[in-house]
Design a binder for this molecule. Structure first.
Ligand code: TMP
Length: 229
């Protein structure tokens, strides 16, 4: 799928700071005169947000892993058609907080679903749309989970969905070995295609992590978005 804009995704384990870093990068890019759209996955459309609620906020209800995988894919398909493709066709810089690589990392490596089955399903759901660059915020899973717990969930293990806050959700509730497989899976995906991944050390001050991201992203901007600046 070809388009005029620049498509950047944020990936990483729980508590890696994607949401904060995505917002900071959006502000920096806007300040530099780019037209930016920032969205999250699952979500970003009315259908996607309803599916997000179904996926994440009912940890007490068992969900078959294939059903889970397909619901993530359905939310993604809606986002591609309704939001991502039109924005990219307009030449925007699109920042997506998670995308298809989350399915490979979580459902593939985490839940041990066969990657060779997931890849065509992803291709179908996205019409082949792929990020120009995936920004992998790298943090040891135990540190990320601890960060989420201490920052957001001091007094409650589960919270209801709220678009403005992070949730302690179904995926967080999985055991540490699951999150370690996810983390290793991300590193494997990035290692297989280094040209399309930027691995960023997510430890340290927010501004420091942002500077690391900016170093990697800013070199892409003139070429990819010269038409719209
Ligand atoms: P987060 O974006 O706030 O981290 O929450 C989304 C959760 O959903 C997170 O635990 C990762 C998980 N997830 C998957 O398991 N597969 C997917 O394809 C996506 C997009 C997210």
């Amino acid at each position: 799928m070809s388009c005029k804009g620049l498509f950047l995704t944020f990936e990483g384990p729980e508590g890696s700071g994607k949401t904060t870093q995505s917002a900071m990068l959006a502000r920096r890019l806007e300040g530099a005169g780019h037209r930016v759209l920032a969205v999250r996955e699952p979500g970003g459309t009315a259908v996607g947000e309803a599916l997000r609620d179904m996926l994440l906020n009912h940890p007490d209800q068992p969900l078959d892993v294939r059903a889970e995988t397909l619901i993530f894919a359905a939310a993604r398909a809606q986002l591609v058609t309704e939001v991502l493709k039109p924005a990219l066709d307009q030449g925007r810089v699109v920042l997506c907080d998670r995308f298809a690589d989350s399915t490979l990392a979580y459902q593939g490596f985490g839940h041990r679903q066969d990657l060779s089955l997931l890849r065509p399903m992803i291709e179908y759901a996205t019409c082949g749309l792929e990020p120009s660059l995936r920004i992998l915020l790298d943090i040891p899973p135990a540190d990320g989970l601890a960060r989420r717990l201490t920052e957001e969930h001091k007094d409650a293990q589960f919270r209801l969905a709220d678009a403005d806050t992070r949730e302690w959700n179904r995926m967080d509730a999985l055991d540490l070995s699951f999150h370690q497989r996810v983390h290793e899976g991300y590193l494997k995906l990035a290692g297989q295609d280094p040209e399309h991944w930027l691995i960023v050390d997510a430890k340290g001050a927010t501004a420091t992590v942002h500077a690391r991201i900016w170093d990697g992203v800013s070199v892409l901007l003139p070429k990819a978005t010269e038409a719209i600046v």
